[in-house]
Ligand binder design. Structure first.
Ligand code: C2O
Ligand code: CU
Length: 478
């Protein structure tokens, strides 16, 4: 079962790995033997390995080089063809910002220089960094003021597809977003080439808080001018080349301000191999939903020569789909045979949460503490709340180190909410994630996490307008 999974390449903590393959190594764990015996007889791997006694705090383990990276956040210009040139806020004058790519276990030292007219910070979305490196203004650090610098320093681990972005106000909708790829030491799948796809919504000018209430949506959508893949509108799409017979790995990321997408590649199936960076048993689908802050890695087999539309359609709002082109180098045509207006995702299998099964052991011990959170807002008021409170006028969610915490969410509003927990992965069903979409109209989602990384951890809706209007809390254990 799991013996082919090598070490930390799939995010196994070394101690878990030892427990998997060297039963003798677990004798230090009080309840170890019985648990091992029980779990080895199941085909789902181990569970309940970490109990309170065996609890171990998360620690950084550097196992590679140290990489120094300099980022400058500054006002710059971007061309969004065919609309024109816009002044906006950028990392190193690029949009999306420059990809950071390292190997699992390498240490990242990123110095951020702020040349913006306002304070900013960077959040390393998905990576369980030490709390002081988490980049949440007013929670883990002060805003980096104009003209000042800040050095982020953390070990990039585990491997996976992540994002980095500003965590100040609505700055995500300025353009302060970028991919962060932590490569596996041993690839989790075989592939011939790889592309990163950044799905985004395009807002010219300054993002402003949205008024409350109105319309069928029970909440407003910002005045976006279109949807982007890698910074390009459908009229001038990015083209991704392939050859017949290749396997392509797409890292699909949604750093957008307020758009959930349905993603698909015309004429091709998606084999999903990772969710929020964590490897899963491959599952073959035709399309998938991806909320703000989520990432999926998929393998596409290039078996259908031609030029095809890669489409990402908004679930809320009415912008036309973002699109790009998958083009076989030997294809006669360069224009997709199926364009984004006719490629409507009719039929086909859509990825569901229940399809996701982590390749690594997921723990299912009974929770030590359960928190019920009601998400609401969007009607009559511009506030978005958790249990009736709008952050920052909201109580911290107190937990204790070493606890297994269960969070049960119910969505009383008419919009969906991609809820993101900083500093931890959580178990949802049979998989691990850091962001999960809670469906509208009484949708329910439960997840568990182990409080093994002390600090103050932001937990919020990744629709930045909802976050800024209160749909956020802090899990606190120090
Ligand atoms: Cu992607 Cu709190 O952030
Ligand atoms: Cu929300």
């Amino acid at each position: 079962m799991v013996t082919r999974i090598s070490d930390r390449t799939v995010g196994l903590e070394r101690r878990d790995f030892l427990r998997l393959v060297i039963p003798g190594a677990v004798s230090f764990a009080s309840a170890g033997a019985a648990l091992i015996a029980a779990s080895c007889s199941s085909d789902r791997g181990l569970e309940a390995l970490t109990n309170r006694d065996g609890y171990k705090r998360r620690e950084e383990q550097q196992s590679g080089e140290t990489r120094e990276i300099a980022l400058t956040a500054a006002v710059g210009e971007i061309e969004i063809a065919p609309h024109g040139v816009y002044r906006t806020w950028l990392y190193n004058n690029r949009f999306p910002g420059p990809e950071i790519r390292v190997k699992a276990g390498e240490r990242l030292r990123v110095s951020l220089k702020n040349e913006l007219p306002e304070g900013t910070t960077i959040h390393w979305h998905g990576i369980p960094v030490p709390n002081a490196m988490d980049g949440v203004p007013g929670v883990t650090q002060e805003l980096v003021k104009p003209g000042e610098s800040f050095e982020y320093d953390f070990v990039a681990d585990p491997a996976g597809s992540y994002l980095y972005h500003s965590h100040a106000g609505l700055q995500i909708d300025r353009g302060l977003i970028a991919p962060l790829v932590v490569e596996e030491k041993m690839p989790i799948a075989a592939y011939d080439r790889e592309y990163v796809l950044m799905l985004d919504d395009f807002l010219p000018g300054e993002p402003k808080p949205l008024p409350g209430a109105s319309g069928m949506m029970g909440g407003e959508v910002p005045p976006y001018r279109g949807l982007l893949i890698n910074g390009r509108l459908p009229a001038s799409p990015a083209v991704f080349e392939t050859k017949k017979g290749e396997r392509i790995r797409f890292r699909i990321m949604n750093p957008s301000g307020a758009t959930t997408f349905r993603f698909g590649v015309a004429g091709h199936k998606l084999s999903v191999i990772a969710a929020d960076g964590r490897p899963v048993k491959p599952v073959l689908v035709d399309s998938l939903f991806i909320g703000m802050g989520e990432r999926y890695d998929v393998i596409v087999e290039a078996a259908n020569p031609g030029a095809w539309t890669i489409a990402a359609a908004a679930v809320e709002g009415n912008s036309p789909p973002a699109s790009a082109v998958l083009r076989y180098t030997d294809a006669a045509r360069t224009i997709p045979e199926v364009n984004s207006t006719t490629f409507g995702f009719e039929g086909g299998r859509v990825l569901e949460l229940a399809d996701l099964q982590a390749l690594e052991p997921v723990e299912k011990r009974r929770p030590d503490r359960t928190l019920d959170l009601t998400l609401s807002g969007g009607m009559m008021t511009s506030a978005w709340t958790i249990n009736g409170q709008a952050y920052p006028n909201a109580d911290a969610l107190e937990v204790s180190e070493g606890e297994r915490v269960r969070v049960r969410m119910i969505n009383h509003s008419m919009m969906l909410h991609p809820m993101h927990l900083h500093g931890h992965f959580f178990r949802i069903g049979e998989t691990l994630k850091d962001t999960v979409v809670v469906p509208p109209h009484m949708g329910r989602i439960d997840f568990d996490f182990l409080a093994d990384n002390p600090g103050k951890w932001f937990f919020h809706c990744h629709n930045i307008y909802h976050m800024e209007s209160g749909m956020a809390r802090v899990f606190s254990y120090v």
